[in-house]
Design a protein around this ligand. Structure first.
Ligand SMILES: *[C@@H]1O[C@H](CO)[C@@H](O)[C@H](O)[C@H]1NC(C)=O
Ligand SMILES: *[C@@H]1O[C@H](CO)[C@@H](O)[C@H](O)[C@H]1NC(C)=O
Ligand SMILES: *[C@@H]1O[C@H](CO)[C@@H](O)[C@H](O)[C@H]1NC(C)=O
Length: 380
């Protein structure tokens, strides 16, 4: 900026010489003004330094400060949360193999917020996978959505064996708003033994954290499972068809992920959209190919690989596209299912034949899941 101002002064001087005499008073005023502006611009520039150079600023901050600043940045407002809730515990700090702690602070700042090792489980079922499940269905759900959990428990969540293969369904929630809600959740957990809870605030903008915590649970508590599925709580799943797909000799056992493919999707830059992503978080105009978050199934070797890859991939708030970015980092291309119409992203008119044929469909309500399940399962 200073350089430009000096160049202006020089060109003013040159013009002054050409026009001579009567121009002079105007010229002096101009030079003074220019100098004042230069000084103001210089001071202003200095005061902006910490904002325009966050990386060097963050390098001086300790983990706790860095973490708070990052979560404030993601939620877009300065809110004072208890630091013990947001700060990684000493034994949970990320230390990639072969690198030092100093080096990890050089990784782009938002990388930390969705990394699952920053969180820990406040409700856990570490022994669930001793039954050696073949397929684990992981359902992210809000703490208050008891009706949705119960509908799943009485339908596809209650299927423990499909075509002779063990299936397990678990729910993942974040932190609730209050002590009473927490008590109810703990009671529900004692009753059903299918609840996992992690210590991040459960909210729409934290869905990426939720998905990554699901990956972390699969990698650390359930690595023996052959396949896993991330499935939303408003979904119908036909487990028979799902199992047929997974047991097909053409289905890879590793580096495999399939569902409803999203190709060539532009990043939404409209600030009023629910799917808005800031350029600072994801600068590219388009997402890599990813799988729609409603329900995608993957070989379980990928859970650990995705957690590893997330250390290198800056977090952004669109959870399914973020998993897509991690897959691209891994060099794993999502597979198109043998019959793409089996992953349905709409409900439409109810037709029993459709539900006998699909693998997943989006539903409107928990009651609808119960009704459709009864109808699909009725003997014919
Ligand atoms: C890091 O920063 C937090 C918050 O400013 C402070 O409470 C804590 O003592 C600091 N820790 C270290 C090791 O400097
Ligand atoms: C789950 O299925 C079993 C039979 O396999 C049944 O006895 C039980 O009531 C079902 N649970 C729910 C919540 O529907
Ligand atoms: C989660 O979301 C809420 C609000 O949407 C935010 O205040 C909080 O800092 C976020 N992050 C974590 C780690 O809880």
């Amino acid at each position: 900026i200073l350089f430009i101002y000096f160049r202006n002064i020089v060109s003013c001087l040159a013009q002054g010489r050409v026009f001579m005499g009567h121009i002079k008073p105007v010229f002096v005023v101009l030079v003074t003004l220019t100098l004042c502006l230069s000084i103001i611009a210089y001071i202003y520039d200095l005061s902006l330094m910490p904002v325009t150079l966050p990386l060097s600023w963050f390098n001086n901050a300790n983990q706790t400060k860095l973490y708070n600043a990052v979560s404030e940045g993601l939620s877009g407002k300065i809110n004072k949360k208890p630091t013990d809730l947001l700060a990684p515990l000493p034994n949970q700090q990320i230390q990639p193999r072969g690198t030092t702690v100093e080096q990890t602070t050089d990784i782009p700042i938002y990388h930390h917020v969705a990394h699952p090792r920053n969180y820990h489980f406040t409700l856990d079922e570490p022994d669930k996978c001793k039954q050696d499940p073949f397929l684990v269905l992981m359902v992210p759900v809000a703490p208050h959505q008891l009706e949705a959990r119960n509908a799943i428990r009485s339908t596809w969540g209650n299927e423990s064996s499909v075509q002779g293969k063990a299936v397990l369904t678990l729910f993942l929630v974040g932190l609730t708003g209050g002590a009473e809600a927490q008590q109810q959740l703990e009671e529900e957990s004692r009753q059903h033994r299918d609840l996992l809870q992690s210590n991040f605030v459960d909210s729409y903008c934290n869905l990426t954290i939720k998905t990554m915590v699901i990956m972390d649970w699969l990698a650390t508590r359930c690595s023996q499972a052959a396949y896993a599925m991330k499935v939303d709580s408003d979904m119908y799943i036909n487990l028979e068809n799902m199992m047929s797909l997974l047991l097909s000799p053409n289905t890879p056992r590793q580096n495999y992920v399939t569902g409803y493919l999203m190709w060539d999707r532009p990043v939404i830059r409209d600030k009023n959209s629910k799917w808005y992503v800031a350029e600072e978080l994801y600068p590219e105009p388009k997402y890599p190919t990813y799988l729609l978050g409603m329900g995608y199934v993957f070989s379980n070797d990928l859970s650990e690989k995705i957690v590893e890859a997330s250390k290198e991939v800056k977090a952004f708030n669109i959870e399914d596209a973020y998993v897509g970015a991690c897959l691209r980092q891994l060099g794993v291309a999502p597979s198109s299912p043998p019959d793409p119409s089996q992953f349905r992203a709409y409900l439409g008119q109810y037709n029993r034949e459709d539900f006998l044929r699909v693998i997943t469909t989006i539903l409107g309500s928990p009651q609808q899941l119960i009704d459709i399940w009864k109808d699909v399962k009725r003997p014919t």
